[in-house]
Design a protein around this ligand. Structure first.
Ligand code: NDP
Length: 328
Protein backbone atom coordinates (compact mmCIF):
# COMPACT_ATOMS: atom_id res chain seq x y z
CA UNK A 1 0.00 0.00 0.00
CA UNK A 2 1.25 3.53 -0.77
CA UNK A 3 0.82 6.08 2.01
CA UNK A 4 1.33 9.82 1.55
CA UNK A 5 2.41 11.79 4.66
CA UNK A 6 3.75 15.17 5.64
CA UNK A 7 5.67 13.78 8.64
CA UNK A 8 6.94 10.23 9.09
CA UNK A 9 8.75 9.14 12.23
CA UNK A 10 10.94 6.06 12.36
CA UNK A 11 11.00 4.52 15.82
CA UNK A 12 8.71 4.55 18.83
CA UNK A 13 10.97 5.13 21.82
CA UNK A 14 10.68 8.32 23.81
CA UNK A 15 12.19 10.42 20.98
CA UNK A 16 9.81 9.04 18.34
CA UNK A 17 6.68 9.25 20.47
CA UNK A 18 7.46 12.78 21.67
CA UNK A 19 8.01 13.85 18.06
CA UNK A 20 4.65 12.22 17.26
CA UNK A 21 2.83 14.04 20.07
CA UNK A 22 4.15 17.42 18.90
CA UNK A 23 3.56 16.76 15.19
CA UNK A 24 0.06 15.40 15.87
CA UNK A 25 -0.89 18.39 18.01
CA UNK A 26 0.28 20.61 15.14
CA UNK A 27 -2.33 18.79 12.97
CA UNK A 28 0.31 17.17 10.81
CA UNK A 29 -1.20 13.66 11.22
CA UNK A 30 2.19 11.96 11.58
CA UNK A 31 2.87 8.34 10.84
CA UNK A 32 5.09 6.35 13.22
CA UNK A 33 6.84 3.29 11.88
CA UNK A 34 7.19 1.62 15.25
CA UNK A 35 9.96 -0.85 14.61
CA UNK A 36 9.89 -4.36 15.94
CA UNK A 37 11.17 -3.36 19.40
CA UNK A 38 8.22 -1.01 19.79
CA UNK A 39 8.68 1.37 22.72
CA UNK A 40 12.46 1.32 22.49
CA UNK A 41 14.97 0.76 25.27
CA UNK A 42 12.66 1.73 28.13
CA UNK A 43 10.68 -1.43 27.49
CA UNK A 44 13.62 -3.43 28.85
CA UNK A 45 14.04 -1.45 32.06
CA UNK A 46 11.88 -1.80 35.15
CA UNK A 47 11.34 1.26 37.38
CA UNK A 48 12.04 4.67 35.86
CA UNK A 49 12.54 7.16 38.66
CA UNK A 50 14.27 10.01 36.85
CA UNK A 51 11.61 10.94 34.31
CA UNK A 52 10.11 14.21 35.57
CA UNK A 53 6.46 14.10 36.49
CA UNK A 54 6.47 10.70 38.18
CA UNK A 55 7.46 11.32 41.80
CA UNK A 56 6.80 7.69 42.70
CA UNK A 57 8.51 6.33 39.59
CA UNK A 58 6.91 4.47 36.73
CA UNK A 59 7.63 1.16 35.02
CA UNK A 60 9.51 1.66 31.72
CA UNK A 61 6.97 -0.25 29.59
CA UNK A 62 4.10 1.65 31.22
CA UNK A 63 5.74 5.01 30.53
CA UNK A 64 6.03 4.08 26.87
CA UNK A 65 2.41 2.87 26.80
CA UNK A 66 1.28 6.24 28.18
CA UNK A 67 3.36 8.14 25.60
CA UNK A 68 1.88 5.98 22.85
CA UNK A 69 -1.68 6.70 24.02
CA UNK A 70 -0.89 10.42 24.14
CA UNK A 71 0.43 10.33 20.57
CA UNK A 72 -2.63 8.31 19.45
CA UNK A 73 -5.04 10.71 21.10
CA UNK A 74 -4.00 13.52 18.77
CA UNK A 75 -4.26 11.45 15.61
CA UNK A 76 -0.91 9.71 15.13
CA UNK A 77 -1.09 6.70 12.84
CA UNK A 78 1.10 3.68 13.66
CA UNK A 79 2.58 0.92 11.57
CA UNK A 80 3.99 -2.01 13.56
CA UNK A 81 6.84 -2.88 11.25
CA UNK A 82 10.49 -2.15 10.59
CA UNK A 83 11.57 0.27 7.90
CA UNK A 84 13.46 -1.84 5.38
CA UNK A 85 14.85 0.92 3.17
CA UNK A 86 14.79 4.68 2.76
CA UNK A 87 15.45 6.91 -0.23
CA UNK A 88 16.47 10.41 0.75
CA UNK A 89 17.88 11.72 -2.55
CA UNK A 90 14.70 13.65 -3.41
CA UNK A 91 11.41 14.74 -1.91
CA UNK A 92 9.03 13.24 -1.14
CA UNK A 93 11.36 10.88 0.70
CA UNK A 94 10.50 7.20 0.40
CA UNK A 95 10.34 4.70 3.28
CA UNK A 96 9.65 1.06 2.55
CA UNK A 97 8.42 -1.48 5.10
CA UNK A 98 7.56 -5.11 4.32
CA UNK A 99 4.07 -4.15 3.10
CA UNK A 100 4.00 -0.37 2.67
CA UNK A 101 5.62 2.37 0.64
CA UNK A 102 5.50 5.70 2.45
CA UNK A 103 6.03 8.97 0.59
CA UNK A 104 6.79 11.72 3.06
CA UNK A 105 7.70 15.41 2.96
CA UNK A 106 9.72 15.22 6.17
CA UNK A 107 11.35 12.35 8.00
CA UNK A 108 12.26 12.17 11.69
CA UNK A 109 14.71 9.40 12.47
CA UNK A 110 14.40 8.04 16.01
CA UNK A 111 15.68 4.51 15.49
CA UNK A 112 17.67 4.61 18.74
CA UNK A 113 20.61 2.57 19.83
CA UNK A 114 20.79 -0.86 21.30
CA UNK A 115 22.94 -1.68 24.29
CA UNK A 116 25.40 -4.38 23.38
CA UNK A 117 24.80 -7.40 25.52
CA UNK A 118 26.91 -10.40 26.39
CA UNK A 119 24.47 -12.72 24.67
CA UNK A 120 23.91 -15.04 27.63
CA UNK A 121 20.51 -16.59 28.11
CA UNK A 122 20.67 -15.79 31.85
CA UNK A 123 21.46 -12.17 31.02
CA UNK A 124 18.27 -11.69 28.99
CA UNK A 125 16.14 -13.62 31.51
CA UNK A 126 17.39 -11.50 34.44
CA UNK A 127 17.35 -8.16 32.60
CA UNK A 128 15.48 -5.74 34.88
CA UNK A 129 15.81 -8.23 37.77
CA UNK A 130 19.36 -7.42 38.81
CA UNK A 131 20.87 -7.17 35.33
CA UNK A 132 20.96 -3.72 33.78
CA UNK A 133 22.57 -1.95 30.85
CA UNK A 134 22.19 1.52 32.38
CA UNK A 135 23.67 2.56 35.73
CA UNK A 136 22.12 6.04 35.55
CA UNK A 137 18.70 4.41 35.26
CA UNK A 138 19.02 1.60 37.77
CA UNK A 139 21.96 2.38 40.11
CA UNK A 140 19.65 3.71 42.79
CA UNK A 141 18.14 0.25 43.31
CA UNK A 142 21.49 -1.15 44.44
CA UNK A 143 22.00 0.70 47.72
CA UNK A 144 24.48 -1.19 49.91
CA UNK A 145 24.63 -4.04 47.38
CA UNK A 146 27.57 -5.79 45.75
CA UNK A 147 27.53 -5.14 42.02
CA UNK A 148 29.66 -6.04 39.02
CA UNK A 149 30.26 -3.91 35.95
CA UNK A 150 31.33 -5.67 32.76
CA UNK A 151 33.53 -3.74 30.31
CA UNK A 152 36.78 -1.82 30.00
CA UNK A 153 35.69 1.35 28.18
CA UNK A 154 34.80 4.83 29.42
CA UNK A 155 31.21 3.79 30.04
CA UNK A 156 32.31 0.97 32.36
CA UNK A 157 34.57 3.36 34.28
CA UNK A 158 31.98 6.11 34.48
CA UNK A 159 29.16 3.76 35.51
CA UNK A 160 31.37 2.11 38.13
CA UNK A 161 32.26 5.44 39.68
CA UNK A 162 28.59 6.46 39.61
CA UNK A 163 27.56 3.17 41.23
CA UNK A 164 29.93 3.69 44.18
CA UNK A 165 27.47 6.33 45.45
CA UNK A 166 25.00 3.53 46.09
CA UNK A 167 26.62 0.12 46.11
CA UNK A 168 28.74 -1.28 48.94
CA UNK A 169 31.23 -2.59 46.41
CA UNK A 170 31.68 -2.35 42.65
CA UNK A 171 33.83 -4.85 40.79
CA UNK A 172 34.88 -4.18 37.21
CA UNK A 173 35.16 -7.34 35.14
CA UNK A 174 37.19 -6.89 31.99
CA UNK A 175 38.32 -9.50 29.47
CA UNK A 176 41.80 -7.99 29.12
CA UNK A 177 44.27 -6.27 31.46
CA UNK A 178 44.53 -3.08 29.43
CA UNK A 179 41.72 -0.63 28.88
CA UNK A 180 39.98 1.05 26.03
CA UNK A 181 38.88 3.71 28.51
CA UNK A 182 40.81 6.98 28.72
CA UNK A 183 43.71 7.04 31.17
CA UNK A 184 42.09 9.67 33.33
CA UNK A 185 38.91 7.62 33.75
CA UNK A 186 40.86 4.48 34.65
CA UNK A 187 42.89 6.49 37.18
CA UNK A 188 39.74 7.91 38.67
CA UNK A 189 38.27 4.44 39.04
CA UNK A 190 41.55 3.05 40.42
CA UNK A 191 41.68 5.70 43.11
CA UNK A 192 38.17 4.86 44.32
CA UNK A 193 38.43 2.50 47.31
CA UNK A 194 35.03 0.96 46.62
CA UNK A 195 36.07 -0.26 43.17
CA UNK A 196 37.68 -3.69 42.76
CA UNK A 197 39.02 -5.34 39.62
CA UNK A 198 38.70 -8.74 38.00
CA UNK A 199 40.87 -8.58 34.88
CA UNK A 200 41.43 -11.12 32.13
CA UNK A 201 38.06 -12.43 33.13
CA UNK A 202 34.84 -13.13 31.26
CA UNK A 203 31.32 -13.74 32.50
CA UNK A 204 30.12 -17.26 31.79
CA UNK A 205 26.74 -17.12 33.50
CA UNK A 206 24.61 -14.87 35.65
CA UNK A 207 22.98 -16.70 38.54
CA UNK A 208 20.23 -17.51 39.38
CA UNK A 209 17.57 -17.76 36.71
CA UNK A 210 15.59 -20.28 38.78
CA UNK A 211 15.20 -17.67 41.54
CA UNK A 212 14.26 -14.92 39.07
CA UNK A 213 16.88 -12.52 40.45
CA UNK A 214 20.63 -12.07 40.54
CA UNK A 215 22.41 -13.95 43.33
CA UNK A 216 25.81 -14.43 41.78
CA UNK A 217 28.01 -14.51 38.75
CA UNK A 218 30.08 -17.32 37.19
CA UNK A 219 33.36 -16.03 35.80
CA UNK A 220 36.31 -17.57 33.98
CA UNK A 221 39.85 -16.30 34.02
CA UNK A 222 40.94 -16.38 30.37
CA UNK A 223 44.59 -17.02 31.31
CA UNK A 224 44.29 -19.66 34.04
CA UNK A 225 40.88 -20.94 32.79
CA UNK A 226 39.82 -21.08 36.42
CA UNK A 227 36.04 -20.85 36.82
CA UNK A 228 34.46 -19.53 40.00
CA UNK A 229 31.05 -18.49 41.29
CA UNK A 230 30.97 -15.17 43.14
CA UNK A 231 28.07 -13.74 45.12
CA UNK A 232 26.50 -10.66 43.48
CA UNK A 233 23.37 -8.56 43.78
CA UNK A 234 23.60 -6.83 40.43
CA UNK A 235 25.37 -6.96 37.08
CA UNK A 236 25.76 -3.90 34.86
CA UNK A 237 26.68 -4.64 31.28
CA UNK A 238 28.68 -1.70 29.89
CA UNK A 239 30.23 -3.05 26.72
CA UNK A 240 29.04 -0.34 24.33
CA UNK A 241 25.99 0.67 22.35
CA UNK A 242 25.18 0.18 18.72
CA UNK A 243 23.18 2.97 17.05
CA UNK A 244 20.56 1.66 14.64
CA UNK A 245 21.73 3.45 11.51
CA UNK A 246 22.32 0.73 8.89
CA UNK A 247 19.47 2.14 6.77
CA UNK A 248 21.19 5.48 6.34
CA UNK A 249 24.72 4.41 5.40
CA UNK A 250 25.74 6.27 2.24
CA UNK A 251 22.82 8.73 2.51
CA UNK A 252 23.52 10.58 5.78
CA UNK A 253 26.75 11.34 7.64
CA UNK A 254 27.69 8.92 10.41
CA UNK A 255 30.50 9.29 12.94
CA UNK A 256 33.11 6.58 13.53
CA UNK A 257 30.90 4.73 15.99
CA UNK A 258 27.95 4.83 13.57
CA UNK A 259 25.89 7.62 15.20
CA UNK A 260 24.10 10.06 12.88
CA UNK A 261 25.87 13.41 12.75
CA UNK A 262 23.44 16.27 13.27
CA UNK A 263 23.47 20.00 13.75
CA UNK A 264 21.01 20.17 16.64
CA UNK A 265 18.49 17.73 15.19
CA UNK A 266 19.13 18.59 11.53
CA UNK A 267 20.86 16.09 9.28
CA UNK A 268 22.66 17.25 6.15
CA UNK A 269 19.43 16.75 4.14
CA UNK A 270 16.82 19.49 4.53
CA UNK A 271 13.60 17.96 5.84
CA UNK A 272 15.35 14.97 7.46
CA UNK A 273 15.85 15.16 11.22
CA UNK A 274 17.29 12.80 13.82
CA UNK A 275 16.43 12.68 17.51
CA UNK A 276 17.28 10.55 20.52
CA UNK A 277 19.99 7.97 20.96
CA UNK A 278 20.53 7.47 17.22
CA UNK A 279 22.36 10.83 17.24
CA UNK A 280 23.45 10.96 20.88
CA UNK A 281 26.41 8.89 22.09
CA UNK A 282 26.70 10.96 25.26
CA UNK A 283 23.53 11.62 27.28
CA UNK A 284 21.38 8.65 26.16
CA UNK A 285 18.52 9.40 28.55
CA UNK A 286 14.78 9.06 27.92
CA UNK A 287 14.29 12.70 28.81
CA UNK A 288 16.99 13.98 26.45
CA UNK A 289 15.57 11.76 23.71
CA UNK A 290 12.12 13.23 24.37
CA UNK A 291 13.60 16.74 24.23
CA UNK A 292 15.26 16.20 20.88
CA UNK A 293 12.09 14.46 19.60
CA UNK A 294 10.18 17.65 20.37
CA UNK A 295 12.84 19.75 18.63
CA UNK A 296 12.69 17.56 15.52
CA UNK A 297 8.89 17.85 15.29
CA UNK A 298 9.14 21.63 15.59
CA UNK A 299 11.82 21.74 12.89
CA UNK A 300 9.67 19.57 10.60
CA UNK A 301 6.71 21.90 11.11
CA UNK A 302 8.78 24.98 10.35
CA UNK A 303 10.19 23.29 7.26
CA UNK A 304 6.69 22.45 5.99
CA UNK A 305 5.43 25.96 6.71
CA UNK A 306 8.35 27.54 4.85
CA UNK A 307 7.70 25.29 1.86
CA UNK A 308 3.98 25.96 1.82
CA UNK A 309 4.71 29.67 1.96
CA UNK A 310 7.27 29.43 -0.84
CA UNK A 311 4.76 27.46 -2.94
CA UNK A 312 2.04 30.06 -2.31
CA UNK A 313 4.39 32.84 -3.30
CA UNK A 314 5.44 31.12 -6.52
CA UNK A 315 1.75 30.44 -7.38
CA UNK A 316 0.80 34.05 -6.74
CA UNK A 317 3.57 35.30 -9.03
CA UNK A 318 2.62 32.73 -11.67
CA UNK A 319 -1.11 33.63 -11.76
CA UNK A 320 -0.66 37.19 -13.02
CA UNK A 321 1.73 35.88 -15.70
CA UNK A 322 -0.83 33.29 -16.77
CA UNK A 323 -3.53 35.95 -16.73
CA UNK A 324 -1.28 38.24 -18.76
CA UNK A 325 -0.82 35.47 -21.32
CA UNK A 326 -4.59 35.03 -21.68
CA UNK A 327 -5.00 38.76 -22.06
CA UNK A 328 -2.98 38.73 -25.29
P1 NDP B 1 33.76 1.09 24.09
O1 NDP B 1 33.53 0.46 22.76
O2 NDP B 1 34.74 2.18 24.21
O3 NDP B 1 34.21 -0.05 25.12
C1 NDP B 1 33.55 -1.26 25.20
C2 NDP B 1 34.25 -2.14 26.21
O4 NDP B 1 33.50 -3.34 26.35
C3 NDP B 1 35.67 -2.53 25.80
O5 NDP B 1 36.51 -2.54 26.90
C4 NDP B 1 35.48 -3.95 25.26
O6 NDP B 1 36.58 -4.79 25.50
C5 NDP B 1 34.35 -4.46 26.11
N1 NDP B 1 33.56 -5.46 25.39
C6 NDP B 1 32.98 -5.35 24.18
N2 NDP B 1 32.33 -6.48 23.87
C7 NDP B 1 32.49 -7.32 24.92
C8 NDP B 1 32.05 -8.63 25.20
N3 NDP B 1 31.28 -9.31 24.35
N4 NDP B 1 32.41 -9.19 26.36
C9 NDP B 1 33.19 -8.53 27.24
N5 NDP B 1 33.63 -7.26 27.04
C10 NDP B 1 33.29 -6.67 25.88
O7 NDP B 1 32.27 1.52 24.60
P2 NDP B 1 31.87 2.57 25.72
O8 NDP B 1 30.40 2.47 25.84
O9 NDP B 1 32.67 2.39 26.93
O10 NDP B 1 32.21 3.98 25.10
C11 NDP B 1 31.61 4.41 23.85
C12 NDP B 1 32.13 5.79 23.49
O11 NDP B 1 31.58 6.76 24.38
C13 NDP B 1 33.64 5.91 23.61
O12 NDP B 1 34.09 6.73 22.57
C14 NDP B 1 33.85 6.56 24.93
O13 NDP B 1 35.07 7.29 25.02
C15 NDP B 1 32.63 7.49 25.02
N6 NDP B 1 32.29 7.78 26.42
C16 NDP B 1 32.85 8.86 27.01
C17 NDP B 1 32.60 9.16 28.33
C18 NDP B 1 33.23 10.35 28.93
O14 NDP B 1 34.09 10.93 28.31
N7 NDP B 1 32.87 10.73 30.13
C19 NDP B 1 31.68 8.35 29.13
C20 NDP B 1 31.16 7.22 28.42
C21 NDP B 1 31.47 6.96 27.12
P3 NDP B 1 37.94 -4.66 24.62
O15 NDP B 1 38.58 -3.40 25.10
O16 NDP B 1 38.67 -5.89 24.97
O17 NDP B 1 37.48 -4.60 23.19
Amino acid sequence: MTIRKKVTILGSGSAGLTAAIYAARADLEPLVVQGLQAGGQLTITSDVENFPGFPNGIQGPQLMEEMLKQAERFGTQFIYDNAESVELSQRPFVVRTSSNEILTDTLIICTGASAQLLGLDSESKLMGHGVSACATCDGFFFKDKAVYVVGGGDTAMEESIFLTSFASSVTIIHRRDSFRASKIMVERARSNPKIHWLLNTVVEEILDVSQGSVSGIRVRNVRTREVQDLPADGVFVAIGHQPNTELFVGQLDLDEAGYLITDGVKTKIAGVYAAGDVQDPLYRQAITAAGTGCMAAQEARWFLLAHEEAERESNSTQIPQAAAKHAH
